[in-house]
Ligand binder design. Structure first.
Ligand code: GUN
Length: 299
């Protein structure tokens, strides 16, 4: 039976380290890291994510503020708020929760955030640095996936990885991170032919397509490691709703080497990585070197 990768436990241990690092920053420098999360509109899933981010930031000693804005806000007003946050020295990290209402261009908003405060790693400067090398702020979900993979497998060099999904938030940066770890990387997407065959060649499968239980047992090479980024709410035969990932978890358990559960796998790692990014952004804005304990955690 596959090892169940305990993202929840890993994230809980990261929280302990993050709390120690924030209190050390407070006692040494008198600075509290500050994170501002901006939520536009009333998407219920985004409200839950934003609440969790704020709650966990505060629990780790990071000062967190959430700006709730009406879905009717203009793009110009949102850009003005970002400009204020960019210039506020108490704000070290800015996160604008996606998706945004259709009338607002998300790329214009992302590009308005100071790259030094871009704790999502979505700004083109950070995306470019991830691609060509350099000190990039890494997107939180792929960073969390990579921490789990390295913890489970150690050195990833030479492994064949497939990333299913090519979003800017997960798929593309995940593929770049795996390439940086010297994996051989395949990026699969909705137009990929022979997806099952492509998948069967992989030692590492990262599923991030948002299609419930898409990845089946016969798509998996025996002994592969599976990272499931999917979070799909489905209605069961009894009429109840249940959260499932992008892979058929019960079926894959008997063929994989290791697999993340949903929930309790990748999800908790995303917020822990956001807090790591906020801490790292604070150090770099203050022009202080990263403490070794933090440097070692960021891949
Ligand atoms: N929406 C879904 N995932 C994310 C994320 O990682 N960051 C932001 N800003 N919005 C999201």
């Amino acid at each position: 039976m596959a090892k169940i990768i305990d993202g929840k436990g890993f994230a809980a241990r990261l929280h302990v380290t993050i709390s120690q690092l924030t209190s050390q920053m407070q006692s040494t420098f008198g600075i509290t890291p500050g994170l501002t999360v901006v939520l536009v509109g009333d998407n219920p899933a985004s409200q839950v994510y934003v609440r969790n981010k704020a709650r966990q930031a505060e629990a780790a000693g990071i000062h967190s503020e959430t700006r709730y804005l009406s879905a009717q806000i203009s793009q110009a007003e949102l850009l003005r708020l970002i400009d204020q946050l960019n210039r506020n020295p108490a704000v070290h990290g800015i996160l604008v929760q996606l998706p945004l209402p259709a009338a607002i261009d998300p790329q214009a908003v992302i590009e308005a955030i100071d790259p030094a405060k871009d704790v999502d790693g979505f700004h083109p400067l950070n995306v470019g640095r991830l691609s060509v090398g350099g000190n990039a702020r890494l997107p939180c979900t792929p960073m969390g996936c990579l921490l789990l993979l390295k913890d489970c497998l150690g050195d990833l060099a030479g492994q064949h990885a497939i990333v299913i999904g090519r979003s800017n938030i997960v798929g593309k940066p995940m593929a770049l991170l795996l390439l940086r770890q010297n994996c051989t990387v395949t990026i699969a997407h909705s137009q990929t032919r022979h997806l099952a065959e492509e998948c069967r060649r992989a030692d590492i499968v990262v599923a991030a397509v948002g299609r419930p239980q898409l990845v089946k047992r016969d798509w998996i090479k025996p002994g592969a490691t599976i990272i499931d980024v999917g979070m799909n709410r489905i209605v069961t035969d009894s009429g109840a709703t249940r959260l499932v990932g992008d892979v058929d978890f019960p079926a894959l358990q008997s063929i994989a080497h290791a697999i993340t559960p949903v929930p309790g796998g990748v999800g908790p790692m995303t917020i822990a990585c956001l807090l790591l990014n906020t801490l790292a952004a604070t150090y770099s804005q203050m022009n202080w070197p990263l403490p070794q304990a933090l440097n070692e955690l960021i891949p």
